[in-house]
Write a protein that binds this ligand. Structure first.
Ligand code: CDP
Length: 206
């Protein structure tokens, strides 16, 4: 069984996906980490991230591997664990440009589709493009201010700057982020993390 949890930036997808996956005893899959790793590799090589040809050949020459665990996903470049560098403000700033290239999306999708089910997949287009056959689909939202306040614990900037960057990323991500027609949309604003996890678990097919 595949469960998809999509949603806007900082809507709590990873924490929710991890909680749901742990309750089900399966891994979760963070698609955003692969987009973040592609961005980091491009930045480290000083590539023009708007130029997809150079970026794709660079990605093909460097084997990135997503390790989906229920406690937290990791991304490996050979023996090197890149995970700790993937949530910087610089990666946040450029990731939407990288993710907008259809070739980069195909590179990510191929890796995701090769993973053995069952799992919980989280991202932007898990329920629409990557796993349209999923058994259950969810889409998480929350107001920009609520999301910025949550992310303020993980970034050095103040809430107003984080909120502005989130709103900009929402706009850049619009084409790749929409709820599937058969997704259940959950406003996480009034709910605790555990509340969102329980809402999802209670509506899963038995
Ligand atoms: O944690 P947050 O919601 O900020 O982001 P993420 O899930 O780590 O995704 C980072 C970026 O990757 C997003 O802003 C999108 O540009 C891109 N992304 C995407 O295009 N499609 C996905 N399935 C997942 C992420």
């Amino acid at each position: 069984m595949i469960v998809t949890i999509d949603g806007v930036a900082a809507s709590g997808k990873s924490s929710v996906a991890s909680g749901v996956a742990r309750a089900l005893g399966v891994p979760y899959v963070s698609s955003g980490l692969l987009y973040r790793a592609a961005t980091l590799l491009g930045q480290q090589a000083a590539l023009d991230l708007r130029e997809v040809t150079g970026l794709i050949s660079h990605l093909q020459a460097h084997a990135l591997r997503l390790e989906p665990l229920s406690e937290g996903n990791r991304v490996w470049l050979g023996e090197q664990d890149l995970t700790g560098d993937l949530h910087s403000t610089q990666v946040d700033r450029d990731v939407s440009v990288v993710a907008a290239h259809p070739e980069v999306r195909a590179w990510v999708d191929e890796q995701l589709r090769a993973l053995p089910a069952p799992f919980v997949a989280e991202g932007r287009d898990m329920g629409t493009n990557v796993f349209p056959q999923a058994a259950a689909k969810f889409y998480l939202t929350a107001s920009p201010r609520v999301r910025a306040e949550r992310r303020a614990h993980e970034r050095p900037e103040d809430v107003a700057a984080i909120e502005a960057a989130l709103v900009e990323r929402d706009t850049l991500d619009t084409t790749q982020s929409a709820p599937a027609e058969d997704a259940r949309v959950i406003d996480t604003g009034p709910l605790s993390l555990q509340g969102v996890i329980e809402t999802i678990l209670s509506t899963l097919p038995k």
